[in-house]
Design a protein around this ligand. Structure first.
Ligand SMILES: [Zn+2]
Ligand SMILES: [Zn+2]
Length: 352
């Protein structure tokens, strides 16, 4: 074991503060990564405040962070894909059973025995896993990703959650040139959805509640922008979409979007509103429409996404902050006051 600096929350109501945690020394198959940047995902905040207690209660202290971008500092003897000095990334999961049908299919994100990057039982040290708000992390090579050299590291960090969360459903449901695709919500997830759908060649329509975001949506790659509160504007797009990615976590009327789908159109949810949706059967019956969901992605697809983003030079739009501003950033996240993701410059942790 070795000691490393981190930022942790000691309880659901306490702010995050500097601390020291233990990591394992790299075993034969492990890669040790010095963390350069870590994105702030809304699930960090949910976990810190124990807001998802009914399906994954938080163990304290918690070190969140699963959008990890860094540099390899040490590798075990059996590691073949990385050497010290390489760029590397770690996303939402760091282990799985590797034997179940999902793991064999490269869908480790749906493994019943997966180990999340933070707040999961730690198989090596006991206790729980600690995430990316830290100087370094040690992860089995299978769960470490390669990062194209051209990508800006601060902006590439959020690809590990926001990027794969939007890339996976866009790919899964065949978004390509000639398809009309809607992206609902222009936050951390939605802005990635617009960029990736555009790069896939689709005709992209961004839906937003704020008219002020129109210019920005066009800049991000949208072909059209619809202010969703304007029913006339919405009606113009009725029955016309092949696919809609709904990245909104606030409660909203899903039927308004289902009715925009064409025959066999599909609306995939990647946001998680607190209240259940009220789905009108007719919204699905008419046009044989489909309502679906998606959750991050497996390791092969996450690598594919990073390579795709490298080829198209796609990163998240980020506001870089020092770790000392993380509590303030959480408050701003609650007000959606960020364009479009916070990325923590982990060099700031060295002064703690
Ligand atoms: Zn996340
Ligand atoms: Zn498995």
């Amino acid at each position: 074991m070795y000691k490393t600096k981190a930022y942790a929350a000691p309880s659901a109501i306490a702010p995050l503060a500097a601390t020291t945690i233990s990591r394992r020394e790299p075993t034969d198959r492990d890669v040790q990564v010095e963390i350069l940047f870590c994105g702030i995902c809304h699930s960090d905040l949910h976990s810190v405040r124990n807001e998802w207690s009914e399906f994954m209660a938080t163990t304290y202290p918690i070190v969140p962070g699963h959008e990890i971008l860094g540099r390899v500092t040490k590798v075990g003897a059996a590691v073949t894909r990385f050497k010290p000095g390489d760029r590397a990334a770690v996303g939402c999961l760091i282990d799985s059973d590797r034997t179940c049908p999902q793991c064999k299919a490269g869908l480790e994100n749906f493994c019943p025995n997966l180990t999340l990057t933070f707040n999961s039982p730690d198989k090596h040290l006991g206790g729980v896993t600690y995430g990316g708000y830290s100087d370094s992390i040690v992860v089995d090579e299978r769960f470490v990703l390669r990062v194209p050299a051209n990508l800006d590291p601060a902006g590439a960090a959020p690809l590990l959650c926001a990027g794969i969360t939007t890339y996976s459903p866009l790919r899964r449901w065949g978004v390509t040139k000639g398809k009309k695709v809607g992206i609902v919500g222009l936050g951390g997830l939605g802005h990635m959805g617009v960029k990736i759908a555009h790069a896939l060649g689709a005709h992209v329509v961004a839906f937003t509640t704020s008219p002020g975001k129109k210019e920005d949506a066009l800049r991000l790659g949208a072909d059209e922008v619809v202010v969703s509160r304007n029913t006339d504007e919405m009606q113009k797009h009725a029955n016309s979409f092949d696919f809609i990615l709904d990245a909104v976590s606030a409660n909203h009327d899903i039927n308004a979007y289902l009715n925009l789908l064409g025959i066999d159109g599909n609306l995939a949810l990647v946001g998680a509103p607190a209240k259940p949706f009220a789905v009108s059967a007719f919204s699905l019956l008419m046009g044989r429409r489909c309502l679906s969901g998606s959750n991050i992605g497996g390791l092969p697809e996450t690598q594919e996404m990073l390579d795709f983003c490298g080829a198209h030079n796609i990163t998240a739009d980020v506001e870089i902050i020092p770790i000392q501003k993380v509590n303030e950033a959480y408050e701003r996240l609650l007000k959606a006051d960020v364009k479009y993701r916070f990325s923590i410059d982990m060099a700031s942790l060295k002064s703690e």
